[in-house]
Design a binder for this molecule. Structure first.
Ligand SMILES: Nc1ncnc2c1ncn2[C@@H]1O[C@H](COP(=O)(O)OP(=O)(O)OP(=O)(O)O)[C@@H](O)[C@H]1O
Length: 425
């Protein structure tokens, strides 16, 4: 089969094409019999639409799940996560425990968020509890920081609603809907500047969940020093870390592109805050990633021809607590620096090595467990099959009166200090 894979591609990026050609794959158009398709989200949706009636063949692999938006649309992600927490609570799962103030002890990792216009009254109620707080308004259907603004007074929201040409508050749903989230106003600063993390997470299956975390993520810095001063709330160079915004700033640096590797950030934190809390931070990030995926695993159309490489956006606050801001279905493959290009080439290379082992189409019976050597810069984050096997082993051992220790062979992280994975849904 090697050398015969036919690929189609909607996105003309050298980091993709070079990787396909290196494997000896040949280009095919989207209408031909392709085997591997790196498609836009729109194409995937069209392919899987009911009207189309198309079914992928055994020898076809595509880079999105049909209803990826359950995770990647801001409003749906929030909705799914809220439902997941409630479901766990109903079944009495210790993962859903709350503290004295009623906050989830282990699942409080997205900023409090409301959908507008639907949850307007709930938002007002929350706002009044803490009238000095700042909130961030984001259109659900846009990206690259477009349409985002900060507010700290209810009157600003009312004015916006009145002025809004689209009359968003009148629209019950659709692309003009917004989410409003509590603004993380105490971000961890480095050199006085706010940054967020861009991490890549590969999912090859939702049921059972199999996911991988990429080691070469990066931080994206703002170009202007952070202040929570209300007079600067509309200065996006202070508050929004999107490269698409920052590159228009006077202080933007073309050489490093305002980016720092996760590895450097980790070293910096170990040096300034200590190794233990830094390890805990990364453990927390792995934990929130797995639970964000588990929150949608029940609703995701788990077509076995699909995989997805998501871009996770995370903000760390000054207490070293990570907050999940957003998950992107088509993380940018544009390179702003030389280091960026190499990293993104490797990202695609390592992703392809997992989903197309040896550059070939996997056998239909393949259980999507690549050998360790094939993982490259990915680490296995969670494999539900292995977790289940661990539960069985624990049960058997405890019945036989043997010592019950986790083999710790499967997941990247031990998720210290939290209920063990055996209690996860
Ligand atoms: N709750 C929040 N607290 C603090 N900062 C936030 C919050 N939500 C978003 N931001 C900032 O705003 C930026 C843009 O937000 P977000 O990623 O949700 O929007 P987007 O326009 O869809 O961006 P993208 O192009 O990454 O999809 C984030 O990168 C982050 O810097």
């Amino acid at each position: 089969m090697a050398g015969k894979v036919k690929y189609a591609c909607d996105i003309e990026k050298s980091v993709l094409i070079n990787n396909f050609e290196k494997r000896g794959w040949v280009s095919a158009s989207a209408d031909e019999d392709w085997n591997f398709y790196w498609s836009s989200v729109q194409t995937t949706r069209n392919i899987f639409s009911i009207e189309n009636g198309y079914r992928l063949q055994d020898d076809q692999v595509i880079n999105h799940f049909p209803n990826h938006y359950e995770l990647t649309r801001k409003d749906l992600m929030v909705k799914n996560l809220k439902r997941y927490r409630k479901d766990l609570e109903k079944e009495g799962n210790p993962v859903s425990e709350r503290d004295e103030e009623g906050r989830y002890k282990y699942l409080d990792f997205i900023p409090v968020t409301f959908l507008l216009p639907a949850d307007y009254n709930l938002f007002v109620e929350e706002f009044r509890k803490n009238p000095n707080s700042t909130w961030i308004m984001k259109p659900t259907g846009k990206a690259r920081g477009i349409g985002i603004f900060l507010i700290n007074k209810l009157s600003q929201l009312k004015k916006w609603s009145r002025d809004s040409k689209t009359n968003s508050f009148a629209a019950p749903s659709g692309k003009d809907a917004y989410v409003i989230s509590r603004y993380i106003d105490n971000p961890l600063l480095i050199g006085g500047k706010k940054f967020d993390l861009r991490l890549y997470v590969l999912v090859t299956s939702y049921r059972p969940l199999k996911c991988y975390m990429y080691r070469l993520g990066f931080c994206r810095f703002c170009t202007v020093k952070y202040t929570s001063s209300t007079s600067e709330l509309d200065n996006m160079f202070i508050h929004l870390t999107n490269v698409s915004i920052q590159k228009h700033g006077d202080e933007y640096n073309n050489v490093h592109g305002g980016k720092w590797t996760i590895k450097n950030m980790r070293l910096f934190l170990e040096g300034t805050r200590g190794k233990e809390v830094t390890d805990k931070l990364f453990d927390d990030i792995n934990w929130l990633t797995v639970h964000s995926l588990k929150a949608v695993s029940g609703v995701m159309a788990n077509d076995r021809h699909c995989f997805e490489c998501y871009g996770y956006d995370i903000i760390i606050d000054n207490n070293l607590k990570p907050w999940l801001i957003e998950v992107n279905a088509s993380p940018s493959l544009t390179s702003t620096t030389a280091a960026d290009r190499i990293m993104k080439y490797n990202l695609i290379n390592d992703s392809l090595n997992i989903v197309m082992p040896n550059g070939e189409l996997p056998d239909v019976r393949w259980n999507k467990v690549p050998p360790k050597e094939a993982l490259g810069n990915y680490d296995l984050l969670y494999d539900e099959d292995l977790a289940q096997a661990d539960i069985l082993e624990r049960d058997t051992k405890s019945r036989l009166g043997l010592s019950v220790g986790s083999r710790g062979r499967d997941t990247k992280s031990s998720f210290t200090g939290r209920p063990p994975p055996t209690t996860w849904k």
